[in-house]
Structures are given as structure tokens and as C-alpha cells.
Design a protein around this ligand. Structure first.
Ligand code: RP5
Length: 181
């Protein structure tokens, strides 16, 4: 897993700010226990060669840190924030209230409510502070949505996404063909 987040170079999970690698995506999570859920999404971002910064910051345990991080993100190279959290998952919503950057919410299955609690707390944001919420534990879609947002203004990223989607299409068609054989 450390290898997956190593495209940030430096110490992505350490206490220091690590915007020095010019990340385009900031992935923030409420706890290191969320990290396994993020694995697939981080791998995808790495495959697309998107520079990422990965941070642990909590709406409830480190509110000042989250506020500082979110307010300063606009002055960095970051273009999209992915916020992963479980339970009463206020992380992406709070972050969205402190930034004009697009924020993607990734609900994490962390309690007896199986992630439905986090899903609702992210999708049910009050009018004015949108969080683009993906499915529970679906870090792949969180990464792909971030890639699409970046691709809107970057033809290189768009082309990589087109090729990736073409690969998906071929895979499904191949499986269908196998069923027919
Ligand atoms: C949330 O509480 C975190 O995002 C995590 O999903 C959940 C449990 O956190 P830990 O108790 O494992 O630190 O804030």
C-alpha cells in the first residue's frame, strides 16, 4: 500500500504538508483505517500518472487541520479533492464548505450501518455545498470522477481515459464471446 501512495514521493501519510510534488488530486481520509478502501482508487490514479497527495485529516478529531488544509488547497496545484470517511462522515462536506474546488465524497463502510450512514451524510448535503458522492467503498469511481474532472481541461488525461474505457469495453466483449464459444 505504501508503494501505491508513493507516487506522491516524500511522506504522503506523514504529518507534514506535501504539496511540493505539484499534486492535482488531494485524497483526504478521516482515519488510517480508511486506507485499504482507497487502495483501488490510488492505484488507478497512479496508473493514469496523476500526481496525488494523500492525507489523514478528520472533521471531528482534527477540525482545525481540515479547515486549514481545505482553505489552502486552492492556492496549490490541487484541482480536485477526494474525501473518504466512514460513520458520520462530515469530512468532504466540511471540506467543500471551505473551498471552491470540486469535492468528491467516498463513503466508507466503517460501522454497523455498513456505510449507509456515510453515504447519506455525503449525499444529503444542504443546498449550496455540493459533494459529488460515489458508491460505498467505491474508490475506483472516486478516482475516475477526479480523472474526468481533470480531463475536462487536459486532452492528455482525456485520451488516457478514452483508452482505459476502450480496454473495459474489449474486456466485456471478450467475456461475452467466451460465453458464446
Ligand atoms: C471516520 O471514522 C473515519 O473516516 C473512519 O472511516 C471511521 C473509523 O475511524 P477509526 O476509529 O478506525 O479511526 O472518522
Amino acid at each position: 500500500l505504501i508503494d501505491l501512495v508513493d507516487n506522491q514521493k516524500g511522506k504522503p501519510l506523514g504529518p507534514k504538508d506535501n504539496f511540493k510534488e505539484d499534486p492535482l488530486v488531494a485524497v483526504i481520509m478521516g482515519s488510517d483505517s480508511d486506507l485499504p478502501v482507497l487502495e483501488a482508487g490510488l492505484k488507478l490514479l497512479k496508473d493514469f500518472e496523476i500526481p496525488v497527495t494523500v492525507r489523514i485529516t478528520s472533521a471531528h478529531r482534527t477540525p482545525d487541520h481540515l479547515r486549514e488544509f481545505s482553505k489552502s488547497a486552492i492556492f496549490t496545484t490541487v484541482k480536485v479533492i477526494i474525501g473518504a470517511a466512514g460513520g458520520a462522515a462530515h469530512l468532504p462536506g466540511m471540506s467543500a464548505s471551505w473551498t471552491t474546488l470540486p469535492v468528491i465524497g467516498l463513503p466508507v463502510k466503517a460501522t454497523h450501518l455498513d456505510g449507509v450512514d456515510s453515504l447519506y451524510s455525503m449525499t444529503q448535503m444542504p443546498r449550496g455545498e455540493p459533494v459529488a458522492t460515489v458508491g460505498i467503498n467505491n474508490s475506483t469511481n472516486a478516482a475516475l470522477l477526479a480523472i474526468r474532472i481533470l480531463g475536462a481541461t487536459d486532452a492528455g488525461i482525456r485520451e488516457k481515459l478514452r483508452v482505459w474505457m476502450e480496454g473495459n469495453e474489449k474486456e466485456v466483449l471478450r467475456k461475452d464471446q467466451e460465453l458464446q464459444d
